[in-house]
Ligand binder design. Structure first.
Ligand SMILES: Cc1cc2nc3c(=O)[nH]c(=O)nc-3n(C[C@H](O)[C@H](O)[C@H](O)COP(=O)(O)OP(=O)(O)OC[C@H]3O[C@@H](n4cnc5c(N)ncnc54)[C@H](O)[C@@H]3O)c2cc1C
Length: 408
């Protein structure tokens, strides 16, 4: 098989989450031919949503997406009515989990909080209508063993179909199949339990009196720290500006798995009842939001998992990883997608330099991957350390979140 022509390179992206969609936009803008594959059958399949802060990577995000995404970006915001002239709109209040007293306000410069689901919809719209997302495609196998290592890579899916591409970018999330294949199934690629459990919920009160305490505590979010369970609460969707009873609230609770028996269910009424039984005496507005969550609200419980990035072999610069596939980390300091945006930007630049400057594909993708591993390993490790420190009042002030905020 001959060497790929870099001028007409075709890129297959495995995983149409926020990372894959962003990389696809960036590559298209740079003139590459892109196709996305996702195992989900449509955008509606995954119900779980959460708020996501875009902050230090927002300028890079904006540079990668087309005008249509920038135009519709406000549709993804959790609270489009937030007063951005108020400096508090760029902080989060971190309080003592027992007393509710403010410990510190963590700076999040340039922050915009979005719903992950809504942002995904905004980002998928153009790509989907152009037929560039193939749904219901579960990657099973990559064949990059063509002797001289220069030709296309063949992707095989569980429905028996195949696809041939010059580059493969694995953006298939924390349990990445591409990562598993790059490591030939070795243990080194396997996602690891973190020992920290996480519950999230989205609550629709239809009652302004239950929404107001969240807004009165802080315009963006209140985090409680220093107790065996830590948590946070904020606005998830703010639809009608003059009627906060229509707004929904989200909360997150994190605790050590070793401290409590396993919950009886991962979602639904049983999961909620268990959370309510095991969450007592914590500071408001968090504690009340737990108590006011009702059957029918979306509640999910899971153990958070991580993979401390280690180098992979890129199959002669043809296959690599980005986003959670490359560095699944804990939610602390909201760094996961910031690194994914950086990955997407660097990947586009790498492919441009092979195409336009005639650089060696193997060297450029090798350098790209080494940078992802270095940043990823550091961020994953930091997120685990932050979690450890967050549950003891003595160590909360030593957290990066206290000393440096959410900055890079
Ligand atoms: C509660 C919470 C709060 C967070 N807050 C922040 C924050 O404030 N700031 C921040 O930067 N980050 C935050 N993050 C992290 C951020 O959400 C993730 O880093 C980001 O969404 C990862 O996107 P992804 O596209 O890499 O992975 P995913 O969203 O997991 O997408 C992977 C896609 O690949 C598909 N797929 C998987 N396997 C296959 C296969 N074999 N074949 C085909 N397709 C496949 C899946 O269906 C999925 O659509 C938070 C995470 C959580 C859970």
């Amino acid at each position: 098989m001959g060497e790929t022509d870099p001028k007409s390179a075709k890129v297959a992206i495995v995983g149409a989450g926020l990372t894959g969609l962003l990389a696809a936009h960036g590559l298209r803008k740079a003139g590459f031919d892109v196709v996305l594959f996702d195992q989900e059958t449509s955008l509606d399949m995954r119900k779980r949503d959460w708020p996501l802060m875009l902050h230090w990577a927002l300028p890079t995000f904006n540079s990668l997406v087309p005008a249509s995404v920038l135009q519709n970006f406000p549709d993804a915001l959790c609270n489009r009515h937030l007063d951005l002239s108020n400096p508090d709109s760029f902080t989060m209040r971190c309080a003592n989990g027992e007393t509710g007293e403010t410990l510190f306000c963590s700076a999040v410069p340039g922050m915009r909080r979005v719903s992950r689901q809504r942002l995904r919809r905004v980002m998928a719209a153009d790509l989907d209508s152009a037929g560039l997302i193939q749904w219901g495609k579960t990657l099973e196998k990559l064949d990059a063993d063509d002797g001289d290592g220069g030709g296309p890579v063949s992707l095989s899916f569980s429905d028996g179909t195949t696809f041939s591409a010059d580059y493969v970018l694995g953006t298939d999330g924390a349990s990445s199949k591409v990562r598993e294949l790059l490591f030939h199934g070795a243990e080194a690629a396997r996602i690891q339990p973190s020992g920290f459990m996480c519950a999230t919920a989205i609550v629709k009160h239809d009652d302004a009196a239950k929404v107001q305490p969240v807004l009165s505590s802080h315009p963006v979010a209140t985090i409680i720290l220093g107790t065996e369970s830590v948590g946070g609460t904020s606005v998830m969707h703010a639809d009608k500006p003059d009627d906060i009873s229509t707004w929904s609230i989200t909360w997150i609770k994190i605790w050590r798995k070793s401290k409590l028996p396993d919950p009886p269910a991962k979602n639904g009424p049983e999961a909620l009842a268990w959370i309510q039984e095991t969450t007592k005496g914590l500071a408001d507005p968090f504690q009340s939001q737990i108590a006011w969550t009702a059957n029918g609200d979306d509640v999910y419980i899971d153990e958070m998992r991580t993979w401390v990035s280690v180098p992979w072999e890129t199959r002669n610069g043809r296959v690599t990883l980005a986003g959670d596939a490359a560095h699944p980390m804990l939610v602390y300091r909201g760094q996961g997608y910031q690194h994914a945006v950086t990955d997407a930007d660097n990947f586009v630049k790498a492919l441009v330099s092979v195409r336009d400057e005639g650089k060696s594909r193997e060297e450029v993708i090798g350098a790209y991957s080494s940078d992802v591993v270095e940043r990823g390993a550091q961020a994953v490790t930091q997120s685990l350390r932050e979690a450890d420190m967050s549950m003891d009042l003595e160590s909360t002030m030593k957290m990066i979140m206290a000393k440096k905020g959410h900055a890079k």
